[in-house]
Design a protein around this ligand. Structure first.
Ligand SMILES: Cc1cc2nc3c(=O)[nH]c(=O)nc-3n(C[C@H](O)[C@H](O)[C@H](O)COP(=O)(O)OP(=O)(O)OC[C@H]3O[C@@H](n4cnc5c(N)ncnc54)[C@H](O)[C@@H]3O)c2cc1C
Length: 327
């Protein structure tokens, strides 16, 4: 899959990356290609058309694709939470959903408003046959490009209720597009639920919130590969430099990180992407600032990766690195 990813990144994603960046949405053809080549099953089991590869290999695939086009990779990456949730769900849901998800027949975004700390932004109220969802998910990537939202809402007992919700707008489900300076083609929106009914057979799990938070640290690894992908593309455009060695070191640190070390490893990867993008702009000179240049796109993407999928510990490590005095 890494060879396949390298070919797709080189032949399709990178040549189109500037147009994709300037456009309103990731081309459907990019996502269709990833589906046709089996990439929607990256996190799935081989028995259901999944890739059946280990976490480190899957992260390398994410990194390679991100180095081709971050916006495309970002939309596609959201899907794998639903694949993992369907893999771990009860037999009926698994049988109905896992195959179509792995083949990319079904495509998912994620709406984790109810999983954010503090009073839940998205609530789930049990009713006959399922749940009513009320509230918002402030960031939902892929709106209009996905058919399903892997949604996390909290019930009155502080459980996280996760469900596969149809992403069809209507009177109880609506979206406000967000205009962004990087990965704008990812069609990220704030999604509102107004008494939106989800049937019980779409519920993947009901988990005490403290357990959800305890699992969260291990889910942070994959997003670090987005930063490695941007850093790697900058390195390739700069030419041989000491940053190449640091890239390998940051990848190894992410792969080896235990939950307690993940925040520091993520922060170091985002820091590297930022410095590599700054170095690329510096090396290219003034033309790097022209709108058609990869350097300015990668610098905006590195900016985005300072904040995306952050957590308090990542923010602390990263701000510590960025604010330290350098002689
Ligand atoms: C461009 C963009 C696209 C995004 N797309 C999506 C998306 O498709 N679906 C989606 O659900 N989110 C999405 N997010 C949100 C993202 O996953 C993080 O929640 C966000 O980047 C954290 O930003 P923040 O540090 O400003 O914290 P805030 O968003 O203000 O969150 C408040 C606090 O909650 C913590 N937190 C955030 N997420 C979680 C979590 N899942 N579990 C536990 N704690 C958490 C944060 O660390 C922070 O301390 C997106 C964010 C951006 C910038």
């Amino acid at each position: 899959m890494q060879d396949q990813a390298r070919r797709i990144a080189a032949d399709v994603l990178f040549p189109a990356a500037m147009d994709t960046d300037a456009g309103d949405r990731v081309p459907a053809s990019h996502l269709d290609l990833l589906a046709a080549e089996g990439f929607y099953g990256l996190a799935g089991p081989p028995a259901e058309a999944g890739a059946g590869i280990d976490a480190a290999a899957a992260c390398r695939v994410i990194e390679i694709l991100a180095g081709g086009c971050l916006a495309t990779t970002f939309v596609w990456l959201q899907h794998h939470s639903a694949v993992r949730a369907a893999s771990a769900a009860g037999t009926r849901l698994r049988e109905e959903w896992l195959g179509p998800l792995c083949r990319g027949v079904r495509r998912c975004g994620i709406a984790l408003g109810g999983a954010l700390p503090g009073p839940p932004l998205l609530r789930a109220r049990p009713v006959a046959g399922g749940y009513l969802l009320d509230g918002t998910s402030p960031w939902v990537t892929g709106w209009g490009l996905v058919d399903t939202l892997y949604t996390a809402a909290r019930d009155e007992r502080d459980n996280v209720v996760t469900a596969l919700v149809s992403a069809t707008p209507g009177t109880t489900l609506s979206a406000e597009p967000l205009r962004m300076v990087a990965v704008n083609a990812s069609c990220t929106a704030a999604v509102r639920f107004d008494g939106h009914f989800v049937t019980g057979d779409r519920v993947t799990a009901v988990l005490p919130y403290r357990e959800w938070l305890a699992r969260d640290a291990m889910n942070l690894r994959a997003n670090g590969s987005l930063a490695l992908g941007v850093a790697g593309r900058c390195c390739a455009l700069i030419g041989p430099s000491p940053l190449d060695g640091e890239l390998a070191m940051r990848r190894a640190a992410l792969d080896a990180a235990a939950p307690a070390q993940m925040a520091a490893a993520r922060a170091a990867a985002s820091d590297l992407a930022m410095r590599a993008a700054a170095a690329l702009v510096t090396v290219q000179g003034s033309r790097a600032i022209l709108a058609g240049q990869h350097a300015q796109r990668l610098a905006r993407e590195a900016l985005f990766l300072l904040v995306f999928a952050s957590r308090p510990a990542i923010k602390e490590c990263l701000s510590g690195r960025l604010t330290r005095a350098v002689s």
